[in-house]
Structures are given as structure tokens and as C-alpha cells.
Design a protein. Structure first.
Length: 412
């Protein structure tokens, strides 16, 4: 029983050390009868996770913030903390937490497949990703609808204990499952009090015949070459074994590649693409667009719909749905009109396809006019080889589907 600490990198900031110490004390009190793993500075695709708490009830991600004050922020726009020293502007912590959460889920899915497939990948999506602020901080109610957003919270040392009691991912993480997680994440166990690594069994100097590693390798190579030259059967056996290993490695690489390569835009991809578009808009005298999480969710649904039904149009020819008819399902009101451009390529999702779509749209007058229109927010998303740009136009209302101008490209 107790807490075991694992890390990807050493903690570089004093405030993080103090907050981790605070979290460890809370976790130890709330889970006195079980072993909890506290993971720190875990590298993921789009950054670093400050803290991940592994309990038998599931994982929890905590993003540590060294501020104490009144916190203001929602799904969209910048966040601010009003402290005694003034107002501090932060990036959108909701989007940041969502990106980190998805990165961790992606890693957990791969680990789940190899070590605990009985849990089921769909259950891994119940992982929480919370922003952890210093004591005395306050997050006024009504900024985010937590009845709808189950995975995100803003917590402090005062509120964390109560919220930890209600963590329930719907499955149980066994100690051997936690061991598999830290092992596959390549984390090193360490002592929190001394900050020194804890060497596990078998990590000491290996025993064997005397000499350095280089000397041992040279001796082994000489023996192998001699055997190959003397005994023809060994030559054939080594050749066959090597060929089989290459074939097996190729098959394994192909299998892993299918699981790890992205097939659709993540929020970070969409946000980066919008930043690129904003540069082009400013060059053309247009105001930049805000990244809107609702538009991203709608745009990825539209791209996936085109991919699934294999069409490139504003209206699904089989279901009759379009961006405007679906918008209220993703938090947009009937007073918020959505304008769309569509793009497709035959070779599926590739890295940088979002920018490629923007460049293609700007080469065609109809699409260019749409991308440079008067919008307040936007999003660009792709799934497979299909991409869509959505611009939020508050000058028009209604749920009618877009019929023109064409505004769509298909490339080879």
C-alpha cells in the first residue's frame, strides 16, 4: 500500500514539486488501502503531462498551474487568472487539457491492446483531464456546463479530495496493469523525497564473461563468422533466420503503423491550420478567426461523413444532412450560420493535409472568397482524404443547407 512515483523527466520547476507533494498527500489520504502510481512529466505527442494519477478506478490527468486567484475561461478563447498581482492571461486550458487527454488515450489504447484487452478501448475514453490550481483559487460556476463535459474540471487542494472519491472509469486497473502502463511509457521509478532513481530488479550490471561490451561483441562476431565458414549448414540456417526476421519485422511494422498513424485531424491540427489561414487572411486585409471547439467538432463530423459515404458535396446525397442541419447537435444555435468549403484527395489522410487543403482552396476563386469571408470563428478538419472548412457567419440565420457557390476541390 502507498504511492509509487514514476517519471519521464525530472521536475524542473519548484512550484511543480510543491504541488506534486500536495497531490501525493491528498491521494495517500483518499486511497489508504491501495497502491497508487503517480506519474510525472510524461511526454506525449503534443507536449508533456505534468501529473497522471493511476488508481484502481482508472487514470486521472492533472495539469499543474502555479496561480492563485479567480479563474475565468470556457471552451473558447483565452483564459485569465485574476491574482493580487494583477490579471494573467493563459492559453485555453480546456483545449489544452482535451489535447493532452486524447494523446494519453492514444497511448493507453496501444497499451490496452497488448496487456489488458479485457478493459475495452471504449472505456479508456472516460479518462479525466483536470486543471489543478494553487490553494485559494476560485472558478466561478456557469462558465462550462460540467453536466455535459464530464471529463474536465478545475480543482485545487481544497476541492480535489472530494472529486477523487467519484472517479470511476467503469473498469479496474490491477497492479500488473499499472506496471504495464509505466513500462510501455518508458518511465523510471524514483523516490520523491530524495529525487533519486530506484533501480528495479535486474537493472544492475549484468553478469557474464569478463571484458567490455564492445569486446564481447567482437568475440561473438568472430565465433559466428568462423562457424559460418566451417559449417555450411549453419550458413544456410543463419540466412533463413535473418530472412524470416526481416519478414516478421516488416509485418509487425505494418501492423503497428496502422494502429499509430493518424487518420483524422485532432483539435491541435485544426487549431494550427486555422493559425496558418489567419496569416493568409491578414495578408488579404481580413480579421483573424477564433478557433471554436464547437466548429471543430462539427467539421470533423462533416469530414468523416464525406469519407464514410464517399462524396464531396455540402449535402449528404443519401441522408440529406449538412453542416447547418447538424450544427445544433454540437452546441451552435440556429442564429449562428455555418459556411463550408470542402476538399478531397485520393490518397487518404497525410501529414499536413489541412494546410494543403487551405492552399488548394485559395487557388480557386469560389473557395478563396469563402475562406476570406467575414466570419467570427472557424475550423479546418480532415478525415481520410476529405477536408472541410467551416466559418461562423453571424449575419445570417437558419438551418438551410448550403447550395453554392461550388467551394470544393478534389485532387489526385
Amino acid at each position: 500500500m502507498g504511492i509509487r512515483f514514476f517519471r519521464g523527466q525530472k521536475t524542473k520547476f519548484e512550484h511543480e514539486h510543491h504541488q506534486l507533494k500536495e497531490i501525493a498527500r491528498i491521494v495517500a489520504k483518499e486511497f489508504p488501502d491501495e497502491t497508487v502510481y503517480l506519474l510525472t512529466n510524461v511526454l506525449v505527442a503534443n507536449g508533456e503531462l505534468d501529473c497522471v494519477v493511476l488508481t484502481s478506478h482508472g487514470p486521472l490527468i492533472l495539469d499543474l498551474k502555479a496561480f492563485s486567484g479567480t479563474i475565468r475561461g470556457s471552451e473558447n478563447g483565452k483564459w485569465q487568472v485574476e491574482t493580487k498581482d494583477g490579471i494573467h492571461t493563459l492559453p485555453n486550458l480546456f483545449i489544452q487539457s482535451k489535447i493532452h487527454r486524447q494523446d494519453f488515450i492514444d497511448k493507453m489504447i496501444m497499451i490496452c491492446r497488448g496487456h489488458f484487452p479485457h478493459i475495452g478501448e471504449i472505456n479508456l475514453k472516460k479518462i479525466g483531464s483536470w486543471a489543478y490550481f494553487c490553494k485559494g483559487s476560485e472558478y466561478p460556476a456557469g462558465q462550462i456546463d460540467f453536466r455535459r463535459v464530464k471529463w474536465f474540471r478545475v480543482v485545487t487542494a481544497e476541492s480535489l479530495p472530494e472529486k477523487l472519491r467519484f472517479i470511476d472509469a467503469g473498469y479496474t486497473l490491477r497492479p500488473e496493469d499499472m506496471d504495464a502502463i509505466v513500462r510501455d511509457l518508458h518511465l523510471q521509478e524514483y523516490s520523491f523525497s530524495t529525487n533519486k532513481e530506484i533501480k528495479g530488479p535486474g537493472t544492475g550490471k549484468p553478469k557474464g564473461f569478463p571484458g567490455t561490451t564492445r569486446q564481447k561483441i567482437l568475440v561473438a562476431l568472430v565465433i559466428i563468422i568462423a562457424l559460418v565458414l566451417i559449417i555450411p549448414e549453419i550458413n544456410m540456417m543463419i540466412t533463413d533466420t535473418a530472412t524470416g526476421a526481416v519478414h516478421t519485422g516488416g509485418v509487425l511494422f505494418q501492423s503497428v503503423s496502422k494502429d499509430t498513424l493518424k487518420s483524422a485531424s485532432r483539435p491541435s491540427d485544426s487549431s494550427d491550420a486555422l493559425a496558418y489561414l489567419n496569416q493568409l487572411r491578414e495578408q488579404n486585409g481580413k480579421k483573424p478567426l477564433y478557433f471554436d471547439e464547437r466548429l471543430y467538432n462539427l467539421s470533423i463530423v462533416r469530414a468523416r461523413d464525406m469519407q464514410q459515404y464517399e462524396y464531396l458535396a455540402y449535402i449528404n446525397p443519401r441522408t440529406g444532412t449538412c453542416a447547418n442541419s447538424l450544427k445544433t447537435l454540437y452546441g451552435l444555435s440556429t442564429d449562428e450560420n455555418v459556411v463550408e468549403s470542402a476538399y478531397g484527395q485520393w490518397n487518404g489522410y497525410t501529414r499536413g493535409i489541412e494546410r494543403q487543403a487551405i492552399d488548394s482552396w485559395l487557388q480557386e476563386p469560389g473557395n478563396k472568397n469563402q475562406l476570406l469571408g467575414n466570419y467570427s470563428a472557424g475550423a479546418v478538419s480532415c478525415s481520410g482524404g476529405y477536408c472541410t472548412f467551416l466559418g461562423l457567419n453571424n449575419d445570417r440565420t437558419g438551418n438551410e443547407c448550403q447550395t453554392g457557390p461550388p467551394g470544393m476541390n478534389m485532387t489526385s
